[in-house]
Design a protein. Structure first.
Length: 275
């Protein structure tokens, strides 16, 4: 056991595994607890921020008393944690909302399930040239994520602000039905969106990439509200949904202590679910 008790088992799985080898094998199932009466180890896939930090804190402060050892398996993109869970490399992951999970299941033939919501990684629009979305000029350039879930999220916020109109169920730019200011959109990979801020009038960045890039709530021109539908969930396989390790981990992640840690650490950009 390492000094921090949280072990990063791997940094990235090959991107090529993102959508291929999925249907076959959710090999993980409930396992017997160790003879010492503890729950044993659970491997949880996550991006470093905020979920990796959150899992580390829970492991170092709450897990031992609960008899649980959390092994954080590190990923750096949104494409690889679900295949790792499907093939049994992890027992759970913490990085996605239910819409993202359902899209993955539909496209990849998966059957992953959400144990419950844990936190909202509040996304925001950032700009170096304007102070609010109301100041967007005619023909302004806007960079949005290129994955269906987060692109829909960005477009929904713009529509709610009255800047565009979108069709129901929109997940990409084709769903824009009215664009009176002739806004110019660019679809960008999530991880590189912070780099696009100097070259665009507004850029939509999720907290998982905004925080490592040094972006703060004070620098945002609009922050997603806490009534968002995009709270991230602890996700696992059907075979492990009632595994004592998964159940206990969810309890620890949504405890009063963890909620306070989230508020103290990220104040506003990460919002704990209200139990």
């Amino acid at each position: 056991m390492t000094s921090t008790r949280t072990r990063r088992a791997l940094t990235v799985l090959a991107a090529g595994t993102a959508v291929v080898a999925l249907a076959a094998c959710s090999t993980g199932g409930a396992t017997e607890a160790p003879e010492d009466g503890t729950l044993g180890t659970i491997r949880v896939g996550a991006l470093p921020v905020p979920a990796g930090d959150m899992l580390t804190w829970v492991d170092e402060n709450l897990a031992a008393e609960a008899g649980l050892d959390i092994e954080w398996v590190e990923f750096t993109d949104y494409n690889t944690p679900n295949p790792a869970l499907t093939d049994g490399s992890t027992e759970a992951n913490l990085f996605q909302n239910s819409t993202f999970m359902e899209t993955y299941n539909s496209q990849a033939g998966g059957d992953l399930v959400a144990v419950g919501e844990v936190y909202l990684p509040a996304a925001a629009f950032y700009s170096e040239s304007i102070g609010s979305l109301d100041e967007l000029p005619e023909g302004a350039t806007i960079a949005v994520p290129n994955d269906p879930t987060n692109e829909a999220r960005a477009l929904e916020i713009l529509a709610a602000e009255g800047l565009i109109e979108i069709a129901e169920g929109t997940t990409n730019l084709d769903g824009i039905t009215a664009n009176p200011q002739n806004l110019q959109f660019t679809e960008v990979e999530n991880a590189t969106l912070p780099l696009a801020i100097p070259d665009n009038d507004a850029v939509f960045v999720t907290s998982s990439f905004a925080i490592p890039a040094g972006l703060t709530q004070d620098q945002a021109i609009l922050v997603e509200s806490s009534d968002s539908n995009y709270y991230n969930s602890l996700v696992t396989t059907p075979a492990l949904a009632e595994d004592p390790r998964v159940v206990e981990l969810y309890e620890l992640l949504t405890s009063d202590e963890t909620q306070q840690y989230i508020l103290d650490t990220w104040g506003g950009l990460i919002v704990p679910v209200e139990e």
